[in-house]
Design a protein around this ligand. Structure first.
Ligand code: SAM
Length: 229
């Protein structure tokens, strides 16, 4: 019986790809890719030739049926995203759910994702944490920030460099400017950097050094919990 394999790909350093990821990408009949151009470059780097089909947030609803039918007709299929683990702030969940609903085997290989190294390297408690992905940009943002003000577990956010200062500033408003945090930038890449400190210190840092590259923000428990809005 064929199956769907979720294959994490590097978030920067290509050496982070696993041997199982490579052997899976060589073995399957079809690779579903968020952006076929990005995945073609990765496959060419590792000398892998395989049919690619695009699978992204704008077509995933429409292609589920055809993909599931191909797996049911005994074709092994892999799903990759542009970087990291599919379905983590990336397309993938709908396909996984549909495969499970139809009784198709789904496996997810362990591998690169941005939030785990960020969380661990932040130095903030990682025994209990909450992954929030990207904060809503408009509707629901204040509600989410209010919720996070009371969150006692370490919180993980993905953020664009253009909104890092705005998000840190709003977090400081809700959680207090002394709240411990870390901004993890360009993980596994040449300019990897982890800035640790209070929210106030991080804001000052990025006001002086404009944020560049990809960011994971790790936010600790508020030290001014009782006075947070
Ligand atoms: N599926 C990916 C994963 O498993 O982490 C996440 C995809 S999401 C569309 C992209 C976001 O992940 C970026 O905006 C950034 O917040 C974070 N990210 C991805 N690569 C990163 C890196 N090398 N360093 C820091 N953050 C990264």
């Amino acid at each position: 019986m064929a199956k769907l394999t979720i294959v994490p790909t590097p978030i920067g350093n290509l050496e982070d790809i696993t041997l199982r990821a490579l052997s899976t990408l060589k073995r399957v009949r079809l690779i579903l890719a968020e952006d076929t151009r990005t995945t073609s470059i990765l496959l060419a780097h590792f000398g892998i030739k395989c049919s690619l089909q695009s699978h992204h947030m704008h077509n995933e609803h429409k292609t589920l049926e055809v993909i599931c039918r191909r797996i049911e007709e005994c074709e092994d299929v892999a799903l990759v995203s542009d970087a990291g683990t599919p379905a983590i702030s990336d397309p993938g969940f709908l396909l996984v759910r549909e495969c499970i609903r139809r009784g198709i085997e789904v496996e997810c290989l362990p591998g690169p994702t941005a939030f785990v190294p960020a969380l661990v390297a932040s130095g903030l408690p990682c025994d209990r944490f909450v992954f929030e992905g990207f904060l809503p940009q408009k509707k629901g943002r204040q509600t989410k920030l209010r919720e996070l003000a009371e969150e006692e577990r370490t919180t993980i956010l993905y953020e664009s460099p253009f909104r890092v200062v705005k998000t840190l500033t709003q977090l400081a408003e809700y959680k207090g400017e002394d709240c411990p945090a870390a901004a993890c930038r360009e993980l596994s890449k040449l300019h990897e950097e982890i800035v640790r400190g209070t929210l106030k210190e991080l804001i000052e840092h990025f006001q002086q050094t404009p944020p560049k590259g990809e960011f994971v923000l790790i936010i600790g428990k508020s030290t001014t919990f009782d006075t947070a809005k």
